[in-house]
Structures are given as C-alpha cells and as structure tokens.
Design a binder for this molecule. Structure first.
Ligand SMILES: *Cc1c(COP(=O)(O)O)cnc(C)c1O
Length: 384
C-alpha cells in the first residue's frame, strides 16, 4: 500500500511508515491490524477521538438530510455554531467567518486586517500559521518560507515571548499582530505569563488588531476554549481549525468588537464555508465537551502529566497546557523516540529535534494516560 503512496501522492510529504484504516476512541488500527494508542490525535484535531458516537450520529443525520448549500444560502447549523462560538468568546459583538483549514482562517484574518486601511503585520519567529502564500507570509519558519520567496511584503518576524521586541516592531502603521497563545509546531513553546496582556496593551496603544491563532490551542485543548483565556485579554480576532470540526475539516475566523464589521459584502468567501455536515460535527463535539465537563478534566490531566513526565530520567522539561504538551529530551533525538514509541504502539510526533509533542483526544482516560507514561518511560530507558 505504501509503495502506491509514492507513485500517486506528490513528494511534499515524506512517505509515511504506516497506513491507518480504522479507529475507536483513542485507539487506531493500521493496515496490518496493529493497534496504537493515538497520543497525537491527528495533530491536535480529533478532539473526541475516532468514531465518537455523538459525532457519527450528527454527521450521519445531516449527510442524509442535506450535505451542502454553498454560501448563497443559510443553514441552521452554521448559524447555531456561530452562535456557540460567539458565546464562547464572551463578546456579544463577535461575528464568525467559516472556512475549512487553519491556513484559510489566517488568510481571512490577514484580509480582514487590510480593511483597517493599513498593511503591515508583526508575527513571531518560528510561529506556524499555515502554508498558503498569505499564511506562509505570516509563518516565521525560514525552511518553509525560503523556497517560496518573495512572499507578502511588510511582515516583520520578531522573537516570541519578548515584549520589548514587540514594542520596537509594532507601530501606528501596524495593521495586525498575530500570535499563537502557545507555539505548537515550533515545539510547544509557552510565553511568559504576562505576555499576552502586555501585547494587548501595546496593540491598543498603536491601534493594531491582535489576532490570536488558536488553530492548535483551540477547542478545549489547553483546558480553556481557545487557550488565551488565562491572560484575561479580549483579542480582536481568533482563528480556529484543527479541533473545531470534531475531526472533520472546519475552520473559522472570529472577529470581535469593531473588527467584526470590517468585511463588506463581496470581500471574502468560501464555497464550503459553514458546511452543514462539518458544522453538525462541531456542534456535537462542543455539546459533548460542555455537558461532560471535559475542560476541567483536561486541565487536571495536563497538570498531572506535566508533573509525572518531568520526573522521568532523560526528560529535560515539559511545556504546554492541558493536553497540548511538549516533552523536551535531554540528549535523545525526538525523532528516534517518536519512532520507538510507534514501534511500541504509541503515536506521537517530534515537534522539533529535541521535543516530543502529545495532543491526544480530550476524552482520553486516566488509564490510557498511565499506559502512555509507562510506555514512554520504557522507551526512554531502552534508548539510553
Ligand atoms: C496547523 C496550524 C495552522 C494551519 O492549519 P492547516 O489546517 O494545516 O492549514 C495554522 N496555525 C496553527 C497554530 C497551526 O497549528
């Protein structure tokens, strides 16, 4: 099967080492019938795990009723989901644009910022905001950018978590500042606790939109809905994707306050945006997370994971919040450990050369977490 991958799939990804064919909860099965504890969750995406009954039911019902309407017509699911997202921001004035992916959500934020009449953007070095040309212009990773230069002009990348660097970079000419509450792809990097608050004050002073890229931290992953709430700030824009669709492709750009009315008819669009099936999945996932008090569980599990993982010999530091954690290794290579974990039946990924990232489904049980920890311990001990 994987030989065929190389023949028909373009060379932009490395050929994967396994083919997954089914899943249930936090367990996935490959084409050879081997099962894995899925501690990556499709890169922080499958918030309710695989084949969750509430998602299956909602999607099945919707797809057999009406699967697509385009943006020329309204659909109750899109309206209901937008309503939920607005409530989750705590700002009645918020308004939602739906798309399919994180890159598109950030593209939408970028276009929205042009409607301020300004064009300059400040973003963080090493930040990841997506791969399309606009989103890639925001992304601060040279290896991903350089083959595709020139990108958009006027985007300034400065060190993450350093408010002084921001103070030098953000001016009255800045249209927007985009920042991840925790940098996911860069290796689960957490900023100083007062960073977002100081950034909010700076953006207010200079009249720049503050865009929170919650594509990876969103939908309860950190134990809060979007990942910035601990800071007490109100952003101007929040972008979402990954977990938003409960495992289905759905993205959103939420604009708050004055920013909510920047787009005018004809300014932006997406044929699939607010699709009835993906929004049904999202609503089902949000209902489940809310009614089962999953956020509280995620917070507690994150705290105990950080404590327990940090005690393992060979682990230098554990960063993150809730169920988005980066395990930095002292000397072992993260890629080798990720491979060894896969061999041992656990899926994770190497977010950078020294950091293992875990982002399991939010429904993961304490038992499954203990199984992960004991396998991780054994793999590290064997590798030393
Ligand atoms: C994954 C990610 C994106 C891009 O999302 P796609 O759906 O792959 O386009 C953007 N921002 C952050 C923070 C991400 O983690």
């Amino acid at each position: 099967m994987l030989k065929r991958w190389g023949a028909v799939i373009q060379n932009n990804y490395r050929t994967p080492s396994i083919t997954l064919v089914k899943g249930k909860g936090v367990v996935v099965t490959d084409a050879d019938g081997k099962t894995y504890l899925d501690f990556l969750g499709g890169i922080a995406t499958s918030v309710l795990g695989h084949a969750h009954p509430v998602v299956v039911k909602a999607v099945t019902k919707q797809i057999s009723t009406l699967s697509h309407v385009s943006n020329l017509y309204a659909h109750p699911n899109a309206i209901a989901l937008a309503q939920r997202l607005v409530e989750m921001t705590g700002q009645k004035s918020a308004k939602v644009f739906f798309c399919q992916s994180g890159a598109e959500a950030n593209e939408a934020a970028l276009k929205l910022s042009r409607r301020t009449g300004k064009v300059r953007v400040v973003a963080a070095q090493d930040a990841f905001h997506g791969r399309t040309m606009g989103a890639l212009s925001l992304t601060g990773q040279p290896s991903k950018r350089e083959p595709f230069l020139p990108l958009l002009k006027g985007v300034n990348h400065i060190p993450y978590g350093q408010i002084e660097a921001m103070r030098k970079a953000v001016t009255k000419k800045t249209a927007m500042v985009i920042i991840e509450p925790i940098m996911g792809e860069a290796g689960v990097i957490v900023p100083p606790v007062d960073y977002l608050c100081q950034l909010r004050a700076l953006c207010d002073e200079k009249g720049a939109l503050l865009v929170i890229d919650a594509v990876q931290t969103g939908m309860g992953r950190t134990g809060d809905w979007f990942g910035y709430e601990y800071s007490g700030i109100t952003p101007d824009v929040i972008t979402l994707a990954k977990g938003l669709g409960g495992g289905l492709p759905l993205g959103a750009m939420i604009a708050l306050g004055k920013a909510a009315d920047l787009f005018q008819p004809g300014d932006h669009g997406s044929t699939f945006g607010g699709n009835p099936v993906t929004t049904a999945a999202s609503l089902a996932a949000i209902d489940f997370i809310t009614s089962k008090k999953i956020l509280r569980k995620v917070r507690k599990q994150g705290e105990s994971l950080i404590q327990e993982l940090a005690l393992i010999p060979g682990v230098k530091q554990v960063r993150g919040a809730g169920l988005l954690l980066g395990i930095e290794l002292e000397s072992l290579k993260a890629g080798d450990i990720a491979d060894a974990l896969q061999e041992a039946g656990v899926l994770v990924n190497a977010a950078n050369l020294t950091t293992i990232r875990i982002a399991p489904a939010l429904i993961v049980s304490d038992l499954q977490i203990n199984r992960f920890i004991s396998t991780f311990k054994k793999v590290i001990a064997d590798a030393k």
